[in-house]
Unconditional design. Sequence first.
Length: 58
Amino acid sequence: MARFDEVKNLVLSLEGDFDKFYNKNNQAAGTRVRKGLQDLKNLAQEIRTEVQNKKNEG
């Protein structure tokens, strides 16, 4: 469950920047949101690979 916690913590860490970008039109927050989402995508890909490898091991 540690990997799930990583995903959850990453998403929660972006909450403030989402608010600043969408509600306060802070453009720098938008850049941080995009970076955070890219990090989330990379983390998700790592987890997908781990799951696939574990599944293939039997």
